[in-house]
Design a protein around this ligand. Structure first.
Ligand code: MG
Length: 289
């Protein structure tokens, strides 16, 4: 199932995508977080509603999609340096030897950074002139848990999505911690939908790519994640409760602008397409000055 949040006049609603049609799920829940909170019982009702022939459907085309969770309850959690190829390009950029992380590197992005499918990423060179891209597989937690063991960790995943961890490299490199350079407004586009795990039985075998103005800059596979999703869930939940609706981005492979020779960053008018097999394409553009 592909679950979306969409705009309906001034309101926001949730829906399920069926081919090129959209099923309005308003009668089940007013928003995605309420749907996730409803657990398996509400999901069962969702499957019934979608399967019914009499359920009203509208064309998906022309519908404005929003980030599946437009206002997360807490900061989005992100893995850093979780592909060896990206750890190597980052070390090269900083003139240091490559050291692969022994434990997951974790930082967060502010909820105010959320951006939407087809959303414009703000560009203000007085704030940052080094805006960079990072395609990532992200997942959303479906039920609360603490000390979650690796062998049951995937049962805690509600769905998967595409995340573009837009990064202000000058800010990121100026400050000792990632938070500020990762949290500018509009630098967390994700979507276009959440894909439930029944459609992605192996999240560690997905090709992922990122194109800037149609040119492929990142091209990798989630099989190369250093810390896999069960490792990430087990690590994060070791002493910290993971809660329904938590968003966790798994890290980016090589091919970011910082790693190019010379480093090359986004410019106003650039278009970004972040693509993951089995999920789709997340498109965004960079705004004007
Ligand atoms: Mg990242």
């Amino acid at each position: 199932m592909r679950l979306v949040t969409f705009r309906d006049g001034a309101a926001q609603k949730i829906g399920a995508v069926q081919g090129d049609m959209l099923v309005d799920l308003s009668e089940l829940a007013p928003d995605m977080l309420t749907l996730i909170d409803g657990g398996p019982a509400l999901l069962d009702r969702l499957w019934e509603l979608v399967a019914r022939d009499t359920t009203a459907r509208m064309p998906l085309e022309g519908v404005t999609l929003l980030a599946p969770i437009p206002r997360p309850r807490k900061n989005m959690m992100c893995l850093g340096l979780n592909y060896a190829s990206h750890a190597a390009e980052s070390a090269r950029f900083r003139g240091r030897p490559t050291v692969l992380p022994e434990y997951p590197v974790v930082f967060t992005k502010a909820v105010s950074a959320v951006n939407h499918p087809d959303g414009v990423i703000p560009y203000d060179p007085q704030v940052s002139a080094e805006i960079d891209w990072e395609v990532e597989l992200a997942f959303v937690i479906g039920r609360a848990g603490k000390q979650i063991s690796r062998d049951v960790a995937l049962e805690y995943v509600f769905g998967y999505t595409i995340f573009n961890d837009i990064s202000a490299r000058d800010i990121q490199n100026r400050h000792k911690q990632f938070f500020l350079g990762k949290s500018l407004d509009g630098t967390a586009p994700f979507g276009p939908w959440l894909v439930t795990p029944d459609e992605l039985p192996d999240p560690h075998a997905l090709g992922l790519r990122l194109r800037v103005n149609g040119i492929t800059r990142q091209d990798a596979n989630t099989c190369d994640l250093i810390f896999k999703i069960p490792d990430i869930i087990a690590t994060l939940s070791n002493g910290m409760t993971l809660e329904p609706g938590d968003i966790i981005a798994t890290g980016t492979p090589s091919g970011v602008g910082m790693g190019m020779q010379p480093p090359t960053y986004l410019q106003p008018g650039d278009t970004l397409e972040a693509e993951i097999d089995g999920i789709g394409v997340l498109r965004n553009t960079v705004g004007g000055r």
